[in-house]
Design a protein around this ligand. Sequence first.
Ligand code: AMP
Length: 216
Amino acid sequence: MKVILFGPPGAGKGTQARRLSGKIGIPQLSTGDILRENVKYQTELGKAALSYMEKGELVPDELILKLIKERLSSEDIKKGFILDGFPRTINQAEKLSELLKEMEIGIDVVINVDVPDKVIIERNTGRRLCSDCQMMYHIEFSPPKKEGICDKCGGGLYQRVDDREDKVRYRLKVYTKETEPVLNFYKERGLLKTINGIGAEEEINRRIKEAISCKL
Ligand code: AMP
């Protein structure tokens, strides 16, 4: 199964992709997570991407496409994958299509997780991550038992620089201008399914699974 989870920053794609990945045993390919790993270990890619990420801008397509090409050449994607946060521009979508054509595989479904801007701002600005295990919290909706400390591993929690309100608003602007047009790209190819991204995590997961089974 090859799925793209699509939606604005903070729509819950990461949480849902991780959940789905665990349930059906296919990897989640998150360009944001891969970039953050590279930033953490100060690789060449991480150094090149950092300033864009901190400003809430998109990392240039050539860096992202190189990263995706490498990731899609691994053995573990043979059974399928869940793309999360990619593609984010029409150029990325076109290049992905070319790459998958060469590999003789195709996307089964693109699920658009629809969440209004007001909710996106609330979700992103309250989000906190564990610096060790990347477990996600929200200061209001899913706070840790002890403020600032991860329930799972005891690591310190931090706020992503790009989750500060001004950055979130800027990322939404970038999303509308650069990423939203990608929806049409997949709509024209008959692959798009939009689901309501408001509700409990389990309920959204159920909607995603339903959207996937409709397309398979
Ligand atoms: P995310 O965790 O998906 O919100 O991504 C965090 C940041 O990484 C984004 O704001 C971008 O700076 C960068 N990024 C992640 N995926 C992409 C992509 N497909 N194209 C360009 N930049 C990306």
